[in-house]
Design a protein around this ligand. Structure first.
Ligand code: CP
Ligand code: NVA
Length: 339
């Protein structure tokens, strides 16, 4: 794929929202990845990129975060911008003030707004009334900035995206599963969701992605069969079995349903020799967290969606992936804020 020059990339996406990846063309996604790779190189060499001096961004987090928050804050700072972090408790959003009013207020003070929270309709509403670019930092349905980091990591490891077979194991109807299917369909990859049927992405989203796949040459497979699904995979990925905001009551059922889909050494051996493992993090791969410990004690487990062995193996690229959050988020802000 041939992409536009950096200058074009930095101006062409000016004013755009970044909400699902659905409204971005493969060329635009490829352009953002190239820009991110360039920004990563500049960061390593200490070359300044503070072209947005004097601007400010608002970072709304209705759910907790480590990577996404830090990525937006560091990236904003590197671009020369100020940032305001609004935590889940300290703003009026949703409780005393509507999303529309919040959007109008923040849009009058800030050049861009990040939102992490619950329903996708909230970030869409924010985008409708803000008058400045709005970036989705995770909703129940989508996690598009995570996709850019994952695609950059895949590109760094394989030198390409087209034709890469990416298998997602676990709850494939939530933000990560949905977003992988969209990203793979856009970029001409072979996407496999490997999960019990009730965790498959919705037929409507599958249909939409099939349309993207027709254009890009991607394939989409949904299977319950772990052995068939993971065979010859290039990328094996998973996510926590219970996402932020879901009730505690679902743990038992998830553990029962998804344990056969845990990423193990056997699964990695069934994939290609060159396969890598990705996880957006945080991950329950040991008992060193409060929730991991509690669930471990309640259900007699030492690990959940991935074994500690795979997580710590040389095939695991999860920390490279985490670092890439910052470079890709910087690319999104740089491009949508324009020059
Ligand atoms: N992957 C990810 O979004 O991490 P955080 O929840 O820490 O932001
Ligand atoms: N599915 C997870 C992703 C965390 C980055 C969640 O929504 O909690």
């Amino acid at each position: 794929m041939e992409f536009k020059t950096t200058r074009q990339k930095k101006t062409e996406l000016k004013g755009r929202n970044f909400l699902t990846l659905k409204d971005f063309t493969p060329d635009e996604i490829g352009g953002l990845l190239e820009l991110a790779a360039e920004l990563k190189e500049k960061k390593k060499k200490g070359v300044p990129v503070d072209i947005h001096r004097g601007k400010n961004v608002a970072l709304i987090f209705e759910k907790t975060s480590t990577r996404t928050r830090c990525s937006f804050e560091v990236a904003a700072h590197d671009l020369g911008m100020g940032s305001t972090y609004l935590d889940p408790k300290s703003s009026q959003i949703g409780k005393k003030e509507s999303i529309e009013d919040t959007a109008r207020v923040l849009g009058s003070m800030y050049e861009g707004i990040e939102y992490r929270g619950y329903g996708q309709e909230i970030v869409e509403e924010l985008a409708k009334f803000a008058g400045v670019p709005v970036w989705n930092g995770l909703t129940n349905e989508y996690h598009p900035t995570q996709m850019l980091a994952d695609m950059l990591t895949i590109q760094e490891n394989f030198g390409k995206l087209k034709g890469i077979r990416l298998v997602y194991l676990g709850d494939a109807r939530y933000n990560m599963g949905n977003s992988y299917m969209i990203a793979c369909a856009k970029m001409g990859m072979d996407f496999v969701a490997c999960a019990p049927k009730k965790y498959f992405p919705s037929p409507e989203l599958v249909e939409e992605c099939m349309e993207y796949a027709k254009q890009s040459g991607a394939t989409i497979t949904l299977t319950e069969d772990v052995e068939v699904g993971t065979r010859d995979a290039d990328v094996i990925c998973t996510d926590v079995w219970v996402s932020m905001g879901e009730p505690d009551a679902v743990w038992e059922e998830r553990i029962r349903d998804l344990t056969p889909y845990r990423v193990t050494k056997k699964i990695m051996e069934n994939a290609k020799d060159t396969a890598i493992f990705l996880h957006c993090l945080p991950s329950f791969h040991d008992l060193k967290t409060e929730i991991g410990k509690e669930m471990g004690e309640r259900f007699g487990l030492t690990e959940m969606e991935v074994t500690d062995e795979v997580f710590r193996s040389s095939q695991s690229k999860v920390f490279q992936e985490a670092e890439n959050r910052m470079h890709t988020i910087k690319a999104v802000m740089m491009a949508t804020l324009g020059e």
